[in-house]
Design a protein around this ligand. Sequence first.
Ligand code: PLP
Length: 419
Amino acid sequence: MNDSNLLDRARALDLADPLREFRAEFEMHDDHTLYLDGNSLGRMPKAARDALFNAIDAEWAGGLVESWEKWITLTRSSGDAVGAQLLGAPAGTTLIADSTSVNLFKLASAALDSGIDRKVVVTDRHDFPTDRYLMERLASARGGTVRWVESDPIEGLDIDQLHSVLDDEVALVCLSHVNYRSGAIADMTAVAAAAHEVDAFVLFDVSHSVGSVPIDVVASNADLVTGCTYKYLNSGPGAPAFLYVRQDLIEAFDAPLPGWFAQKDQFDMGPSFAPAPGIDRFQVGTPPILSATPIPVSAEMFERAGMDQVRNKSLALTDLLIELFDERLTDLGFRLGSPRDPSIRGGHITVAHDEALAISVALRQYENVVGDFRMPDGIRLAPVALYTRFEDIAEAVIRLERIMKSGVHLTVDANQRVT
Ligand SMILES: Cc1ncc(COP(=O)(O)O)c(C=O)c1O
């Protein structure tokens, strides 16, 4: 198919897209840039700007300290909104707090210090660095160790392999739902069942799935979950993360970091710490109100879009990307770094190439295609259902092909940082 036929076909898919109206709800600075990095930082919803201006003008400048009447419950109400729309979580089990890294620390600490006489943490050698570093530190600080599972770098976790490292020494299994490099999905239900079979807790990092792949924390029987809000949830740079704790575990765990926001009767300013009832015990200190402000705005967009529709479109976008990869990129030295099987494919596609870093730089510099580079040889391309068009996918592949055929990537400074 030539370029013009391909673009016509992609435009027809856009016309038939039930989510096409959502794109207009996002800020598009220029029409020429193809933004395929929403799994790193999502585009800004226009309604986020309105919410932020209101928080700045009316609540901060106007209300000043009086606004704490509203702000004091923001982390819980926004947590409930994320829980309901994106996690399938009942009210009172999800909280907006801190960063994903800090929440991983808090949730894993709560599990490891819950009275079980075990010190082994199972995690994945190919997981995101922050998860690996934290699990190693948390295990060693308690005289324990990490036991590694070696997932396939492209196809992801093999559940039999997970079973083979589990026994009655394991306190906690900590894994990503969707791998940050390949986008492979781990089966949350099967992972949780495997962990529970040996009476271990299970903690999921859903940073790369939330807002892209449906999650049901109750049906999958997850114990603990955390994830970022600035990726597919489009809540802005540094927006705080969410955490979820299974309802019947909340009161069984002590506050992992006993700051005053985790304290029962916070404003009594009592002499000693007692954990707040409910999910509030997983707070620590004053939440970043301005940074949290776009989160309920985003949750409301997902409520209107529906996660099933989001997943359907996301798969259709990555299907098209894989089809074009097969047709146009394999002869140019690219390898597919993501699963073909849609049942284990998350929201982004990684294409691997020996010159991946230089190609990433050239794509941004010469063709305004924004994906990102991940060591050692991956270019991640993340089409986002709420704002990426099928036409963008077709056009991105056309531009990528053009870079390769011109050889311009061989002339760029490949040491430039590509986030
Ligand atoms: C899978 C995963 N986990 C955790 C993090 C870290 O999140 P934060 O820097 O907000 O703690 C990231 C960041 O990109 C991530 O991709």
